[in-house]
Design a protein around this ligand. Structure first.
Ligand code: KG4
Ligand code: ZN
Length: 357
């Protein structure tokens, strides 16, 4: 019986600029524990380019992946032979990096005669709150990272419904681009948040795109352009100017997030009905305190529960991949070595469905 004992899963993440490996344990009751979680960030490699360079990222994954996996196994206190399955991100992401992680996983599975589980990176984000906070299905997920900005209804493992998405830039990407135009370096989110705290949010009245429309979709490119035009108009920028722009941009983002979340919770209430309203936020942008504060305000109006997993689980990491692997393992859902790496892989695709074996 797969479900009645502890299972140990190695997870490998390499879809963007973090090389991650982790070992987690899932007990017979479905509770998870992180035994190790090693992340080698490539921020330094991409710093001078102001963003992730795919080819450099792929090469860096090749260099780091063996040592990151080795450390994850060592820190877990387990022997390789005790691992029940190896889960690796199979997409979506930068294809070179995804190939490095997935091929490494396949080679290890072949050598160890261990099952392979290919993970959709977005599913790993979507399920991470069940590892940290034991959250039961269903729940509303707001995924806000450098690559995605989406509302998803999470009904079960492999069972996701996309409610809204950004029609242009992802929110993290918008933070990064604003930071780049203000000369704040990469990644931009933390720098913009830090400076916003000193700025006057009312000096610039940046737009709040798509707010009046009923859609749950987002758009950030108009806001980004408004920031660029404002900055160009008053250049050269003083420190106060930069702080005021950061504060104005972040205030606009918070308003957008608030109104869209209100609409998403309204829909959740109508469609899911009885029971506690649960909302999970995942992805690197969840680190932003002004945004999470706005979300808590909205969710408290609905008497709901807001779950923000710890930051090391929100940003890209191997533990969330291992956990998604553990959830799929418990349902007997494995992959063959034919599994292809994918640059694009929407979560609400039929290929995500778990076919219980
Ligand atoms: O989830 P993540 O680590 O990587 C993926 O994109 O999958 O997210 C990284 C993104 C970057 O765009 C970064 O600027 C943003 O998350 N970010 C933040 C903050 N910390 C990280 N954005 C706003 N405020 C922050 N404090
Ligand atoms: Zn991610």
């Amino acid at each position: 019986m797969k479900n009645s004992r502890n299972t140990y899963i190695l997870g490998i993440e390499s879809s963007c600029d973090d090389t991650g490996a982790a070992v987690i344990m899932r007990d017979g009751k479905g509770r998870g524990k992180i035994l190790s979680n090693v992340v080698r960030s490539q921020i330094e490699e991409h710093l001078e380019f102001g963003g992730v360079v795919p080819e450099l990222a792929a090469r860096a994954h090749v260099i780091y992946i063996d040592q990151v996996i080795e450390r994850a196994i060592k820190e877990s206190g387990l022997e390789l032979e005790q691992i029940d399955a190896i889960a690796a991100t199979a997409g979506p992401g930068l294809i070179g990096g995804v190939l490095v992680g997935l091929t490494t996983a396949k080679a290890m599975c072949a050598a160890l005669d261990t099952p392979l589980i290919g993970i959709n990176h977005l599913e790993a984000h979507a399920l991470s709150a069940r590892l940290s906070d034991d959250v039961e299905f269903p729940y509303l997920l707001l995924l806000v990272s450098g690559g995605h900005t989406q509302f998803l209804l999470v009904r079960g493992v492999g069972d996701y419904q996309l409610w809204g998405t950004s029609i242009d830039d992802a929110l993290g990407e918008a933070f990064d681009k604003v930071a780049k135009m203000l000369g704040l370096g990469y990644p931009g989110g933390p720098a913009v948040e830090r400076l916003a705290a000193f700025g006057n949010a009312k000096r610039f009245n940046f737009p709040r795109p798509l707010l009046k429309r009923k859609t749950l979709d987002f758009s950030f490119s108009g806001l980004k352009t408004a920031v660029r035009l404002a900055a160009e108009k008053i250049a050269p920028l003083s420190e106060d100017d930069v702080a005021d722009i950061c504060a104005g941009f972040q205030a606009s983002v918070c308003d957008i997030i608030k109104v869209k979340t209100e609409a998403a919770l309204d829909r959740y209430q109508q469609e899911i009905g009885a029971g506690e309203i649960k909302m999970v936020v995942a992805g690197g942008v969840a680190a932003n305190k002004a945004i999470s504060q706005s979300l808590s305000e909205v969710i408290s109006d609905f008497n709901g529960r807001l779950i923000v997993p710890p930051m090391e689980l929100c940003t890209d990491n191997g533990a969330m991949v291992a956990w998604a692997g553990a959830e799929r393992y418990a349902l007997g859902c494995f992959d063959s070595f034919d599994l292809a790496a994918r640059a694009r892989w929407p979560l609400d695709e039929p290929s995500m469905k778990v076919i219980n074996k």
